[in-house]
Design a binder for this molecule. Structure first.
Ligand code: RTP
Ligand code: MG
Length: 141
């Protein structure tokens, strides 16, 4: 297993419900180290660019509207096998498939308003980390 970095977003529904600390704790308890983090309110072009792979899909407009509805917390998390392990920790996109103990199972409000994002591959992690952070904002630990 290799030491990896993944991009996490605590999404608007979770920020609105004051769940930032609880969710960051879940990351740390699962063995992830926060190596960068910040809060920001995405603009529409920022949200559209971040989710460009979903442009044209039926849920795209609803997704973008949701992602700009309140601030988000973006973080870079580091761990052995971080990308896959973080996806396991957050749980499936489909609410019916979310395993017990996952963050989405515990906090998601719907398929769209699902509290957290995680990169789904090494390539997307590299793109998504660079989308929000310059290298000097990421701390060695
Ligand atoms: P994410 O990229 O945010 O980590 O989520 P994911 O990989 O589990 O799911 P993805 O297919 O990439 O979808 C991105 C986000 O779009 C919203 N979505 N809504 N209503 C719907 O059918 C639907 N499908 C997806 C969710 O917010 C999902 O996380
Ligand atoms: Mg995705």
């Amino acid at each position: 297993m290799a030491l990896e970095r993944t991009l996490s977003i605590i999404k608007p529904d979770a920020v609105e419900r004051n769940l930032i600390g609880k969710i960051l704790s879940r990351f740390e308890e699962a063995g992830f180290q926060v190596v960068a983090t910040k809060m920001l309110h995405l603009t529409q072009p920022q949200a559209e660019g971040f989710y460009a792979e979903h442009q044209g899909k039926a849920f795209f407009a609803e997704l973008v509207e949701y992602m700009i509805s309140a601030p988000v917390v973006v973080s870079v998390l580091e761990k052995q096998n971080a990308i896959q392990d973080y996806r396991t920790l957050i749980g499936a996109t489909n609410p019916e498939m979310q395993e017990e103990g996952t963050i989405r199972r515990d906090f998601a409000e719907s398929k769209t308003r699902n509290s957290v994002h995680g990169s789904d591959s090494l390539e997307s992690a590299a793109r998504e980390i660079a989308y929000f952070f310059v290298e000097s904002e990421i701390c060695e630990r």
